[in-house]
Design a protein around this ligand. Structure first.
Ligand SMILES: Nc1ncnc2c1ncn2[C@@H]1O[C@H](COP(=O)(O)OP(=O)(O)OP(=O)(O)O)[C@@H](O)[C@H]1O
Ligand SMILES: O=P(O)(O)OC[C@H]1O[C@H](OP(=O)(O)OP(=O)(O)O)[C@H](O)[C@@H]1O
Ligand SMILES: O=C(O)c1cccnc1
Length: 487
């Protein structure tokens, strides 16, 4: 038993420094001060023109289960050394704050708040790490999957990555993210069961090797399964594999549903074209060709440009591990805190890099949709109490302010929904299918220039004049303070 790890709560899924800060706030009596944090990333992953937000459902689960278990408290006491009075405070802690968030399947861009947490300071602090962990991974994989699906187009994309994923949780939630982003199926049966994702699969080389020859292996498989996709590359794809598949399909005729073949190595363009001819000549015009083997959006695009005859794509390692970018860099920054007089006061983090200076204050985020062509003109961050003009909106780049435009005849769609209100879940969680459909609609409203997988245009994420002025005032105030403190 010693080596079987017991794990009865996710609440300690945080960094030690969060608990240490919570203790400081509590001992100082400021733990219940209202604080507002925003979760956002600065740079889009993979050089993509948009990201796909995923992770909210798991965030909700985490918040609902947020309580320190007896075992957590014992551990914190005996192994980390926290004192009883503080542990008593943690014991009674529940999440009592308000969370506003974008919906899963929302298109999201750099420097815009995806989630806003408005909660007692210590609570907001303690949930940071888990929120970032969930959103960073799921959004990264959903974005990678969406890129791949853009290239795959109307053909079928199947998620095959579990064996290469960074452990079991990543396989499960990565698969969910891939389906949300438009993949049609997964080979992971547990993910299929948990999220009602269609499951699908062929067979491995091991089965051919176990029976020694392809003919016997395909035949035995066909005797036990109606739907058959035969893997044809174990020995010699065109001389043995494809002819054996055709032979078995002909012999068993209507007794099976010969779906097609899978190619997993070699020149996939050449093999698929040759195999297509062979299948067609044998009368199997509807048989499908599945391809797998280290595929990603670039290889798929390249194979298509070579005229590969592939109907279905199995994508594993490069999707589920986000092969070309290991992490999304979302951060969680405090933007306002209750002052001693009870009013909310802005907070700002200064940086020598203008892109890294946070945008202070309570804000709302809107997508500006052109009413004529129903496409998004850009996103617009305004102060919470601000009323947007109805007829004419001036949008300008927040660092290169000379880049600006006037938008007329638009709809400003607010992107945040109320998720928790004073600790109560007030959001009806959509099913995965709905979020998937929501993403599809969102992509339709995005101009193609932001969707291409290489060198897309920069999508505008602008600040309102008030929001921009407020940021500048905050920067000036901090500068003055720094001078005062230096003198
Ligand atoms: N016609 C093609 N054009 C571009 N890339 C291709 C083409 N055919 C295959 N590829 C890609 O080339 C890579 C080949 O991988 P690799 O060198 O490991 O060999 P393999 O053919 O998969 O053989 P094996 O699995 O036996 O090692 C894969 O990423 C595959 O998707
Ligand atoms: O290439 P990926 O995109 O990661 O897709 C998943 C890979 O996993 C399987 O290979 P594996 O060698 O693990 O097993 P198998 O060939 O014996 O089935 C499959 O044949 C794919 O090549
Ligand atoms: O069903 C398949 O063909 C499959 C599943 C997982 C990984 N590679 C292939």
């Amino acid at each position: 038993m010693k080596h079987i790890y017991h794990d009865d709560s996710f609440t300690l899924h945080t960094d030690l420094y969060q608990i240490n800060m919570a203790e400081t706030y509590w001992r100082d009596g400021i733990h219940n001060k209202r604080a507002v944090f925003e979760l956002f990333f600065r740079k889009l992953p993979f050089g993509n023109g948009y990201a796909v937000f995923a992770g909210l459902e798991k965030v909700i689960q985490f918040i609902q289960g947020f309580r320190f278990s007896e075992e957590d408290l014992e551990y914190l006491k005996n192994e980390v050394g926290y004192k009883d009075d503080f542990l008593e405070y943690l014991k009674n802690m529940r999440f009592t704050g308000t969370i506003r968030s974008m919906k899963e399947g929302e298109l999201v861009f750099g420097n815009e708040p995806i989630i806003r947490v408005d909660a007692p300071l210590a609570e907001a602090q303690l949930i940071e790490t888990a929120l970032l962990n969930i959103v960073n991974y799921q959004t990264l994989i959903a974005t990678k999957a969406s890129r791949i699906k853009q290239v795959v187009g109307s053909e079928v994309a199947m998620e095959f990555g579990t064996r290469r994923a960074q452990e079991m949780d990543a396989a499960i939630w990565g698969t969910r993210a891939a389906y949300l982003a438009g993949f049609e199926a997964t080979s992971n049966v547990r993910a299929g069961k948990m999220f009602q994702i269609p499951v699908s699969g062929t067979h491995a080389h091991s089965m051919v090797q176990a029976y020694k020859d392809e003919y016997t292996a395909f035949h035995k498989y066909a005797e036990t399964h109606k739907d058959c996709v035969f893997l044809v590359d174990t020995y010699d794809t065109l001389r043995l594999g494809v002819p054996n598949a055709i032979k078995v399909a002909k012999e068993l005729g209507d007794k099976i549903n010969f779906i097609g073949i899978r190619l997993d190595s070699g020149d996939l363009a050449y093999f698929s074209k040759e195999a297509r001819k062979m299948l067609d000549e044998a009368g199997f015009k509807d048989a499908k060709i599945v391809a797998s083997s280290d595929l990603d959006e670039y290889t798929i695009m390249n194979l298509k440009s070579q005229g590969a005859k592939i109907d279905s794509w199995g994508i594993g390692t490069k999707l589920i591990t986000a092969y070309d970018q290991a992490a999304l860099g979302a951060v969680y920054k405090i933007v306002a805190i209750e002052g001693d007089n009870g009013n909310m006061e802005d907070t700002i983090k200064i940086s020598s890099n203008p892109e890294k200076v946070t945008t202070p204050g309570l804000k709302k985020i809107y997508r500006i949709i052109n009413n004529t062509n129903h496409h998004a003109e850009g996103d617009y961050i305004a102060m919470e109490e601000e009323k947007l003009p109805e007829k004419k909106l001036r949008m300008f780049h927040p660092t290169h302010t000379y880049m600006n435009k006037i938008v007329t005849n638009f709809t400003a769609k607010e992107l945040h929904e109320n998720i928790f209100s004073n600790g109560e879940l007030v959001y009806e969680i959509p099913c995965l299918e709905e979020s998937r459909e929501y993403l599809k609609q969102n992509l339709e409203s995005l101009w193609d220039e932001y969707k291409r997988i290489m060198n897309p245009e920069d999508y505008p994420v602008d600040l309102s004049q008030k929001c921009w002025d407020n940021k500048m005032e905050n920067i000036e105030e901090v500068k003055e303070k720094v001078v005062e403190m230096r003198d």
